[in-house]
Design a protein around this ligand. Structure first.
Ligand SMILES: Nc1ncnc2c1ncn2[C@@H]1O[C@H](COP(=O)(O)OP(=O)(O)OP(=O)(O)O)[C@@H](O)[C@H]1O
Length: 238
């Protein structure tokens, strides 16, 4: 991997079996993402955005090609090794918030830390810090049913950053939100990128997300058709 590179995708293809034949969801994708980027995969429905995010997040394996995350090759990893890599380096945000309904917001955010052996006082500090980042420390003891959709996505963000991951993968993070909440979420993610240096890779076709991106990787029919760096002065929120 070259210096500063945090995600390396080399000649990656992904095919899914469909009946007797195969469907090619990604075809010979090459990308290099550097530490601290705020980048997004953008393209029409079915262009392969989620498929590529899942490969980068080691949730699925490519049919061909090689992916490196923080210098580690994902190829040939056991499920256990993939889980370790995800746990140590990657946070996920999805369009559905995937909060556990019977637990408090505090416990939902604490969940990823229970997999590591972190003492309870330290866990509490980390959870409250993450909830403060998203402006929800005063609601730590509430349950997911007692908060709004925008707040639920903010809890999901807190959960994704509580371990201080190098990379956050965000799949259509604003899909179920109104404009006001979508902008609030994007403001929080931009601040996490700028102040904590977390690298972000989005998947989206929402203009409200796209206007924040500093790099737009356009996908169509499973191929990268354009890769553009957005100058700060072109951005609406600059
Ligand atoms: N497990 C699977 N089996 C068969 N085909 C699949 C599978 N997963 C994805 N596909 C197909 O691969 C293509 C790319 O899907 P993907 O979900 O990556 O697109 P996307 O760009 O994220 O779309 P959207 O914006 O609608 O989420 C689609 O045509 C989809 O139907």
């Amino acid at each position: 991997m070259s210096k500063g590179e945090i995600i390396s995708i080399k000649d990656v293809s992904k095919r899914f079996p469909v009946g007797e034949s195969e469907f090619t969801a990604l075809s010979h994708v090459n990308l290099s993402i550097s530490k601290g980027e705020f980048a997004g995969l953008v393209g029409p429905s079915g262009s392969g955005k989620t498929t590529l995010l899942n490969l980068v997040g080691a949730l699925d394996n490519p049919s061909e090609g090689q992916i490196n995350i923080s210098g580690k090759d994902l190829g040939g990893n056991s499920d256990e090794a993939s889980a370790k890599l995800r746990n140590e380096h990657i946070g996920f945000i999805f369009q559905s918030y995937n909060l556990l309904p019977v637990y408090t917001l505090f416990e939902n955010v604490e969940f990823p830390l229970l997999l590591q052996h972190i003492p309870s006082a330290e866990r509490k500090k980390m959870v409250m810090e993450a909830l403060e980042w998203v402006g929800l420390s005063d609601k730590a003891q509430k349950k997911p049913s007692q908060i709004s959709g925008g707040e639920a996505q903010r809890v999901a963000i807190a959960r994704s950053i509580v371990k201080k991951p190098d990379i956050v993968l965000a799949d259509e993070p604003t899909a179920n939100l109104d404009s006001k909440n979508a902008y609030r979420i994007m403001d929080i993610l931009q601040k996490l990128n700028r102040e904590l240096g977390i690298t972000f890779l989005f998947s989206s076709h929402d203009a409200k997300v796209i206007q924040y991106l500093e790099r737009i990787i356009h996908l169509e029919d499973g191929k990268v058709i354009k890769d553009e760096i957005i100058e700060a002065n072109e951005k609406v929120n600059a």
